[in-house]
Design a binder for this molecule. Structure first.
Ligand code: ADP
Ligand code: ZN
Length: 614
């Protein structure tokens, strides 16, 4: 084994192989080239600069805007024996001085630093006296003024090539679009920089979208398959966050709220608990997530619709960074569409911007109403194609029936028309179903020709019809007029019988879905060798070790490594060293602890060692 890069991969990180484009990026950087790396969240960007920083002479400087993350990143590296430190505003003066001394003495492999600090005089003076291995610019899209995360401090990074002409620069991001890429290359003056792109697919994430009938009951049903797992529940408003968190605690879920209305200390405390404990569920507005690197988030649930597919993909992407199975789950109903459209219309934005936002929202709705593979559509949105259906989304797993809803649509539309385009879906449904209510009689709508023509569908089905018609623009919702439903230009051809409408047949209830446990893995653990008691004992040991050092459990070992311990039952240090995620340092520090747990849980009988996975 001569290749130094692979040696570091095995010896330090304990991984058997590179994933995706990692090796190409690393070789290129080790040789001194600039590059732009585009990988999805969880795609393994960190190794792309960490290994070159270790292999090349000098310290690798990592620029990151996410100060809150640095501590855990540095801790994760130290656990593997890499000499890492950070410089940011959260450090005490003494810590700063110590870190600077370590840099000057050439005692660091990696230095994480906030951009504004990097370009301060003091740091520049320090770095100009120091041998530098590389600059890694993380979250590089922050340099783009068109992007959604622009940070003015990032603009100054354009000075780096002049100040340090011989130091290679590697820019990394998970944000994909063309204009942003060009802007990054341009502003950071990346020289002849190849673009390394990894697929955006997140095959371990299972997508589900369910039409809302009772959101809390539906969420509860979903969470039942995720006992003891860490997850995020997203809501649109602060109030809903608070109420949902409280309700979840009431039914025994370890839930904590997170939104911009909470004071800084509370937010920090809740975030820390989420990161450090195994099974906290954070209920949050979208303010939560940026800067959370927790690899073992098992689910992301949306109680409200995100504003765009990009936002949805980014938020759901926070699940399952460790590559283990994870769920992205969402309920949505007509009311959400009304609320979001209303927010766009009432916003101060210019007309062009509003049109763009409406288009994005429509794409999001289209995604919800899909009857075909969700992953294909998602990836298509990012200009990627999947050769076949994914087999790991709700529509692939439980194919939805499609029905010809042309007649139902005509009834719904003419009911809208006859009642004067002034009413919401609930009232229209009552008219269609011929309900005898005081309100209907008062308006004289019991005498309309559409009164009672829709008795063949139940209220649930009508709700689904209205929702799908609105989602496709075949009906519209007046925000100003309390959600009353109106016809659109696209309604006419349907009313005149010139266009057909096909709709997905909604499953009647979420409870019909098979229950999954959080611990299904691809490849699924062999039930013959899976030992729940051992698994729990290993997790407990990990928590104890983490608490003793005040670090998050996952920096000791990821779930995947513990799972391998259960499956392979290593008995010797040699066996232990062969586990994924066990490098030299972790072998030295932890092998005895975990081997003792395994010895204390003898396998039933004396069955032969199961064959190693992969
Ligand atoms: P990103 O920064 O792109 O979101 P990370 O660098 O945090 O992703 O990596 C995501 C996960 O994949 C981490 O848990 C990391 O330990 C794991 N990982 C990265 N590279 C490898 C590899 N070559 N083999 C196995 N696991 C890897
Ligand atoms: Zn699919």
């Amino acid at each position: 084994m001569t290749n130094p890069v692979r040696q570091v991969l095995h010896r330090v990180f304990g991984y058997p192989d590179f994933i995706g484009q990692q090796e190409a990026v690393i070789e290129h950087t080790v040789a001194g080239g600039d590059s732009l790396v585009l990988m999805p969240t969880g795609g393994g960007k960190s190794l792309c600069y960490q290994i070159p920083a270790i292999v090349r002479d000098g310290v690798g400087v990592v620029v990151s805007p996410l100060i809150a993350l640095m501590r855990d990143q540095v801790e994760g590296l130290r656990q593997t024996g890499v000499r890492a430190a950070c410089l940011n505003s959260t450090l005490s003066y003494r810590e700063v001085v110590e870190t600077e001394a370590a840099v000057a003495a050439g005692k660091l492999d990696l230095l994480y630093i906030a951009p504004e600090r990097l370009l301060g005089e003091r740091t520049l003076a320090l770095l100009s006296r120091t041998r530098l291995a590389l600059f890694a610019i993380d979250e590089a899209h922050c340099v783009s003024q068109w992007g959604h995360d622009f940070r003015p401090e990032y603009l100054q990074l354009s000075e780096l090539p002049e100040l340090f002409p011989d130091v290679p620069r590697i820019a990394l991001t998970a944000t994909a679009d063309e204009p942003t890429r060009r802007e990054i290359v341009d502003r950071l003056s990346l020289r002849d920089a190849p673009l390394f792109v990894s697929g955006f697919d997140r095959p371990n994430i299972r997508y589900h979208v369910v039409p809302k009938n009772n959101a809390r009951a539906q969420l509860r049903g979903f969470l039942a398959g995720h006992d003891g797992a860490a997850g995020i529940v997203y809501c649109l408003s602060r109030r809903k966050v608070d109420e949902t968190a409280e309700w979840l605690r009431g039914i025994g879920v370890n839930a904590l709220p997170y939104h911009a209305g909470l004071d800084g200390a509370t937010r920090q405390r809740h975030q820390d608990r989420f990161v450090r404990e195994n099974s906290v569920v954070i209920v949050a507005t979208i303010a939560f997530g940026m800067g959370i690197d927790k690899p073992d988030v098992r689910f992301v649930a949306h109680l409200d619709l995100p504003k765009s597919i990009e936002a949805y993909y980014q938020e759901t992407g926070r699940a399952g960074r460790d590559g283990e199975p994870a769920d992205a789950w969402m309920v949505y109903g007509l009311q959400e569409v009304v609320t979001l459209r209303g927010m766009v219309e009432k916003s101060e934005a210019g007309e062009a911007r509003k049109r763009l936002e409406v288009r994005k929202l429509d794409a999001m709705l289209g995604y919800c109403e899909l009857a075909t593979c969700r992953r294909r559509t998602l990836l298509g949105y990012f200009s990627e194609s999947l050769p076949g259906d994914c087999g790991n989304c709700d529509n692939c797993l439980t194919p939805v029936a499609v029905w010809n809803a042309t007649e139902a649509s005509q009834k719904a539309m003419s009911c809208v028309q006859r009642t004067g385009q002034r009413f919401g879906a609930a009232y229209l449904t009552d008219v269609l179903r011929g309900r005898d209510t005081e309100r209907i009689r008062r308006f004289g709508h019991d005498r309309l020709s559409t009164f009672g023509v829709g008795a063949d569908l139940d209220p649930h089905q009508w709700r689904s019809v209205f929702r799908q018609l609105v989602a496709r623009g075949l009906l519209s919702v007046e925000i100003e007029k309390y959600g009353s439903i109106r016809l659109t230009d696209a309604s006419r051809p349907v009313l005149r019988g010139e266009a057909e409408v096909h709709m997905r047949m909604d499953a009647r209830s979420a409870a019909a879905r098979p229950k999954r446990t959080a611990r299904e893995v691809p490849p699924a653990p062999d039930p013959a060798t899976w030992d729940e008691g051992l698994w729990e004992a290993l997790r407990k040991r990990r928590t104890e070790l983490a608490q003793a050092q005040s670090v998050p459990p996952y920096v000791i070992f990821h779930d995947a490594t513990l799972r391998e311990m259960v499956a392979r039952r290593p008995r010797t240090r040699e066996d232990f060293a062969a586990l994924t995620g066990v490098g030299e340092t972790k072998l030295r520090r932890y092998a005895d602890d975990f081997l003792a747990v395994i010895t204390a849980h003898p396998a039933e009988g004396d069955r032969p060692e199961p064959a190693a996975r992969r």
